[in-house]
Design a protein around this ligand. Structure first.
Ligand code: SAM
Length: 368
């Protein structure tokens, strides 16, 4: 696997209580590899109402606590003061969290800190990732509160395969209704994310292309990463390189079905390679963290439901921001702590390399 072209520099000095912003730089939040960190993903609950076979064991329940919404909002305010512009609410399943609509309304009141013209401040870009089960009724209130976009996870367009994946009967129709409600509410373009597992749902690739064209949604195929809860429970899947359906194979399959046409990336930090078809109808994205890692452009940092900062999906440890709040730290002290932690963000992940270590948390407990 090609390694990302990143410069390595010496680690920063250890964090000391009372350190000021200046100790870890000023201006926009950056890591030691020169990447500006502009995207925050925040998990608002560890609970999930689905037990997807590639993500959860189906046996384990909640493992981490939830914080009061005001704590998340305070953390986000500090992150925004350092240059965060995009906030994505996730989980667990974020729509299970009481107060999520009100949280969106508060986020919509925040303004970015570093604007290009140096004068006007912009609304944050606010997005949410959901399994869609509860979305039909919540789409309009979320939009009214200020949500910009929604991404719905849906790993099959065939209801039977879908229920085999989620381990929840009759779940497909609920999610489809949620996608349509989100589109009708103006939470678009709605993105539908599908994780492909070889021999399980990879027969759905062409049907997903049809789905994108018919439902006017962006379908994004995501390579499966080694982030599942370890399990020997019936039906659960364990990651191995052979289970991944790589980008090249997806492109070849789609091209054989109908010619693909490349679309330009929306931004340098875009994680998906984008395509439409020869008649311009439908949009497909392919996110290939395993076969084509994009760590060199990573602009993300994550907050877990229990208030820990994670600088990479594959981090071996996390950093307790909530504890700093419990200790009564000021916003300036929280900001200095965040700068210190983010500075040490990992250069890249090591999936597929000898000595790869699974991260200290699985996807459902991080927030995808
Ligand atoms: N419950 C919400 C949902 O279903 O979208 C948010 C949390 S879920 C963990 C976020 C996303 O992570 C989903 O799209 C899911 O398919 C994806 N995901 C989970 N495990 C994954 C893995 N091992 N590799 C790649 N994506 C994964």
């Amino acid at each position: 696997m090609a390694s990302a072209p990143l410069i390595s520099i010496a680690p920063p000095p250890p964090f000391v209580a009372g350190a000021s912003h200046a100790d870890f730089g000023e201006g926009r939040l950056r890591d030691s590899h020169g990447r500006a960190i502009t995207d925050l993903r925040i998990s608002v609950t560890d609970r999930c109402n689905y037990k997807c076979v590639y993500c959860r064991t189906g046996e384990e329940d909640v493992q981490f606590t939830e914080l009061p919404i005001e704590h998340y909002l305070r953390m986000v305010r500090v992150f925004v003061s350092l240059g965060i512009e995009k906030v994505r609410i996730t989980g667990g399943e974020p729509l299970l969290r009481k107060g999520v609509v009100e949280m969106v309304a508060e986020l919509a009141r925040m303004r970015t800190a570093f604007d290009e013209d140096g004068v006007s401040a912009n609304k944050l870009d606010i997005a949410l990732t959901t399994n869609g089960h509860l979305l039909e009724k919540m789409a309009a209130p979320l939009k009214a509160a200020g949500l910009d976009r929604v991404t719905v996870s849906m790993d099959a367009v065939d209801p039977e395969t879908f229920s085999r994946i989620t381990r929840v009967p009759r779940s497909f129709d609920r999610v489809l209704a949620g996608i349509r409600a989100a589109r009708d509410a103006g939470l678009g373009p709605v993105k539908v994310n599908c994780v492909l597992l070889r021999g399980f749902n990879d027969d759905q690739i062409e049907r997903f292309a049809e789905f994108s064209r018919k439902e006017a949604v962006i379908v994004r195929f995501i390579e499966w990463m080694p982030l599942e809860e370890p399990s020997s429970a019936p039906g659960s899947r364990t990651w191995s390189p052979e289970t991944v359906v790589p980008m090249d194979e997806i492109v070849a399959r789609l091209n054989a079905w109908r010619p693909l046409v490349d679309l330009a990336p929306n931004a340098a930090s875009e994680t998906a390679r984008r395509f439409t078809f020869d008649d311009g109808i439908g949009e497909i994205g392919i996110i290939a963290p395993v076969s084509r890692p994009f760590c060199g452009h990573c602009s993300r940092v994550r907050l877990t439901s229990d208030g820990k900062i994670r600088t990479c999906l594959f981090s071996q440890t996390d950093h307790d921001l909530e504890k700093k709040i419990a200790q009564g730290k000021s916003d300036a002290e929280l900001a200095a702590y965040i700068r210190h932690i983010v500075f040490r963000k990992e250069a890249r992940h090591h999936i597929g390399e000898a000595g790869f270590l699974k991260p200290s948390r699985n996807m459902v407990h991080i927030g995808g």
